[in-house]
Write a protein that binds this ligand. Structure first.
Ligand SMILES: *[C@@H]1O[C@H](CO)[C@@H](O)[C@H](O)[C@H]1NC(C)=O
Ligand SMILES: *[C@@H]1O[C@H](CO)[C@@H](O)[C@H](O)[C@H]1NC(C)=O
Ligand SMILES: *[C@@H]1O[C@H](CO)[C@@H](O)[C@H](O)[C@H]1NC(C)=O
Ligand SMILES: *[C@@H]1O[C@H](CO)[C@@H](O)[C@H](O)[C@H]1NC(C)=O
Ligand SMILES: *[C@@H]1O[C@H](CO)[C@@H](O)[C@H](O)[C@H]1NC(C)=O
Length: 397
């Protein structure tokens, strides 16, 4: 019955136990025995056949954790049952084992490890990492941000802990990977740092995301008892162009006002009009940070955004009730990099001409469309309004 329950629990909660790293353990016999110390490389349970004797102390030479076992009374027990003590980093030497222990100590085993994965929710990215200052034994904390957001959506720690003392790294845009500093003597990672910049030439200590990806999490291998990190792997996600994901909106924005109320003849009104895709002139703080984020992946204004924006506006806005402009019928010149031209119109005497242009907005993108509304207001207060489908046609009015 007991066996059945244990089996069920293992299936329901599969602890991911990895093969342990070998540990190099030096064992010192008690002084009154002949012979010097001996070194064992142990992984799974190791029986100290040479002893059956008395051990005064043990020391870790490589690896960070070993468990020590005693024998069962007079029987020669070669299994690792009945743990009596362990050595776990930062304690690497058990100087003098108590008399009771050294009489019985006769097997040892490397400690087990588990994997822990922390990963940001979709749409958020690692920008800041905190590293515990106890050789990472209380883990690494990642903070997941939406591009441009000043506050993280989620904060996650590899060891399920809340770090009280740590060093932090803030990337400007996105973290691109992790650099590890291994302790080659004890074979663990006491120090790591975030890689904020993609580099085409990286050393063996850098675990970097691909160029088009950003960091969204890490998997670490944690050793029991010592809690040290044995290995770190980055988890990366492709950074999608925001032009594909943003929510478009449009409206008329003023281009020029020509006041000829006091004139006796028509007057020429000159102004510049812009057409194409650019970055909005009224960047909010959040949009500006977001632009930094995407800029690192070569995503900005211009041709790269044009095609994606065209599809987004056509699909999500289509015929706009706000402007009476049909985005699915837009001309190809709308979706190229912004260009400006000088245009002039004639305003009759006694009239104020207001010219407005259709402007689309999506995330930090602005789309200036060659589509205008001309409003002429007369002295007696009446006005006429006219939609003009290009600046070429404006000239002819
Ligand atoms: C992140 O947090 C903001 C503000 O609390 C929220 O509006 C947004 O939906 C969150 N994003 C994700 C991907 O959870
Ligand atoms: C890495 O990027 C940061 C901005 O996130 C910048 O300040 C820094 O100079 C860059 N470092 C290198 C070596 O390019
Ligand atoms: C490894 O850690 C030990 C104990 O903290 C330290 O004395 C030693 O210098 C470290 N070795 C390397 C190669 O970092
Ligand atoms: C980089 O891309 C390759 C091919 O798509 C993939 O196999 C690999 O896992 C990626 N590396 C990282 C660190 O995501
Ligand atoms: C206002 O003036 C215009 C032209 O000067 C004229 O055509 C229109 O009838 C006038 N409207 C009113 C309400 O007086």
């Amino acid at each position: 019955m007991n066996i059945l329950i244990i089996t069920v629990l293992l299936v329901v909660f599969p602890a991911i136990i990895k093969a342990t790293d070998p540990v190099s353990l030096e064992v010192f016999p008690y002084a009154y025995f002949q012979g010097g110390p001996r070194t064992f490389n142990i992984q799974s349970c190791e029986y100290f056949s040479w002893i059956g004797k008395q051990i005064a102390s043990v020391k870790l030479h490589g690896g960070t954790c070993a468990k020590l076992y005693k024998s069962n009374s007079c029987m020669k027990d070669e299994g690792c049952n009945g743990e009596i003590c362990h050595l776990a980093y930062p304690k690497v030497q058990e100087p003098i084992l108590s008399k009771e222990l050294f009489h019985n100590l006769n097997s040892a085993q490397a400690c087990a490890t588990t994997t822990s994965t922390i990963i940001c929710p979709k749409g958020t990215w690692v920008r800041r990492m905190d590293f515990g200052d106890d050789s990472l034994r209380s883990g690494i904390t990642i903070r997941c941000y939406e591009p441009g957001s000043r506050t993280p959506n989620v904060t996650l720690n590899t060891h399920g802990k809340h770090l009280t003392t740590y060093s932090s790294q803030n990337c400007q845009g996105a973290a691109r990977g992790v650099r590890v500093f291994k302790n080659t003597t004890y074979n663990f990672i006491p120090k790591a740092e975030a890689l904020c910049n993609y580099s085409s030439s990286i050393g063996p200590d850098s675990r970097q995301c691909n160029k088009t990806d950003a960091l969204v999490g890490i998997t670490v291998i944690i050793e029991e008892l010592s809690n040290v990190i044995k290995e770190i792997q980055p988890i990366c996600r492709f950074v999608e162009n925001p032009a594909k994901l943003c929510t478009p909106a449009d409206g008329y924005e003023p281009v020029v006002v020509c006041d000829n109320r006091l004139g006796f003849t028509s007057t020429t009104c000159q102004y510049g009009v812009t057409e194409g895709v650019g970055i909005t002139k009224t960047l909010t703080d959040k949009q500006s940070l977001s632009l930094n984020f995407y800029g690192e992946f070569g995503i900005g204004a211009g041709a790269s955004a044009g095609d994606a924006l065209k599809a987004t506006f056509a699909a999500k806005l289509g015929f706009s009730k706000t402007t009476d402009f049909d985005w699915s019928q837009s001309s190809s010149s709308t979706w190229t990099e912004q260009t400006s031209v000088q245009v002039s119109i004639q305003t009759p005497p006694g009239v104020i001409t207001r010219l407005e242009q259709v402007i689309g907005k999506c995330s930090f993108y602005e789309v200036d469309v060659n589509y205008f509304k001309r409003i002429d207001t007369r002295g007696n207060g009446t006005s006429t309004s006219l939609l003009v489908a290009s600046h070429e046609m404006l000239k002819q009015k």
